[in-house]
Structures are given as C-alpha cells and as structure tokens.
Design a protein around this ligand. Structure first.
Ligand SMILES: [Ca+2]
Ligand SMILES: [Ca+2]
Length: 208
C-alpha cells in the first residue's frame, strides 16, 4: 500500500510539473527571443499563455513567444501593447521589426524573410490556401535570416509605429489579397488602434 501511494504521489508530481510547463514557464525564457544586438525580438508571433496548436486560449495575462501554438488574434493595439508590457517587453518599432524580417540590420535586406523572390507556399499568405491562422512556426521555411518565424503572413502584426491617427501593422496575413503585396518585409499598413480581427496579431520586442 505504501509503495502504491508513493507511486501515485510521483505521478501527481510529474503531472503538476508537466502542467507547469504547459502553463507557460517557457513563456519567460530569454531564448524565445532573438538577440539583435541592441534589442531582442520574439522568435514567434505572440500567443496567449494557455494557447495550444488547436486553441488560441483565453488567458490575457501576458504575451508569450512559443512555437507550435495558435497566435493571439482579435486583439486591438492597446491590448497588444499591454500584453507585451506584462511580459516585460513592448511592441516593436518599425526598424526593429523590419530588420528582423529582412535579415540585415540597418538599410538593406531581403524583400521577404526567405529571400527576394516571392514564393506563395512558403509563408501563410492567401496563396498558401490555408485560409486560417496556423500554429506559430508551422510554416518551417517561413523564417528570416535572424531566425524569426511568420514575419510574412499568418497573422499581421501590430507595431508601435504611428500612422496618422492610427498604428502600423506589418507582414500581411492569411486572408490578404492574393499575390505578394502585403507580405513583403517593408510594407506598412495603417490601422485604427481600436481595430481587431481574426487575422491580426502582434509580436513583442524587448530592451537589452
Ligand atoms: Ca534592414
Ligand atoms: Ca506574421
């Protein structure tokens, strides 16, 4: 009986440990960010702490940068900003986001994260035909020279940049117009900060 109780306790401890991992202990690790020299940028589009590959989750406590989970969408600019700040981070400015996508710090870089020639099936734009957000990093070739995933397509991403009375979103999304238009690293689209949509998410940066 004593042995049986011990093994039961061991199972419970293991289960609690696994639950802890699943609930976002990995959410605060530095290695989910890329060291860009003067700042960090998230490797992945932001996700909720309780997101899985099949559910966006519902925990709004902070933004995570994790692979293999659905990104956080239907989020307006203020909510995105708050979610990054709750994770000790912030939204990215234009140059930070652009360089992480184009693979070259400062001026210059590739047109798309994977190169200069548009490939409709590499990232999750409308030409990939998925018509929905896929888990972060699922499009494994959709990675920039710095190692950031889904900078082009999947969900578009709020940044900290102003655009008139709005804020800039970058990267295009799965439901954008067919072709390369919005999927290039340099393209900026202004949006009302109160807008939210199931194809619009965000990505966090962090000071060094
Ligand atoms: Ca650049
Ligand atoms: Ca994206």
């Amino acid at each position: 009986m004593a042995l049986r109780r011990k093994s039961w306790i061991a199972v419970m401890v293991a289960a609690l440990f696994m639950a802890g991992l699943g609930l976002g202990l990995s959410c605060s690790k530095r290695n989910e960010y890329i060291d860009m020299g003067t700042y960090y940028i998230a490797i992945y589009e932001a996700s909720r702490p309780d997101a899985t590959a099949s559910s966006e989750g519902g925990d709004s406590s902070r933004a995570c940068s994790r692979s293999g989970v659905l990104p956080w969408v239907n989020v307006d600019w203020n909510e995105a900003k708050a979610a990054c700040e709750a994770a000790g981070a912030r939204l990215c400015n234009a140059d930070e986001w652009g360089d992480a996508c184009d693979g070259v710090k400062g001026s210059g870089g590739s047109t798309y994260p994977y190169g200069n020639t548009y490939r409709g099936s590499t990232c999750n734009g409308s030409d990939a035909g998925k018509e929905r957000a896929v888990p972060t990093g699922f499009m494994s070739a959709c990675v920039s020279g710095f190692g950031a995933y889904d900078m082009s397509g999947n969900v578009s991403e709020w940044t900290n940049e102003s655009s008139g009375s709005g804020r800039v979103i970058r990267g295009g999304s799965f439901d954008g117009a067919s072709g390369s238009g919005y999927l290039a690293c340099a393209v900026e689209v202004g949006s009302n900060p109160s807008n939210s949509h199931d194809s619009k998410g965000f990505r966090c940066c962090r000071d060094k």
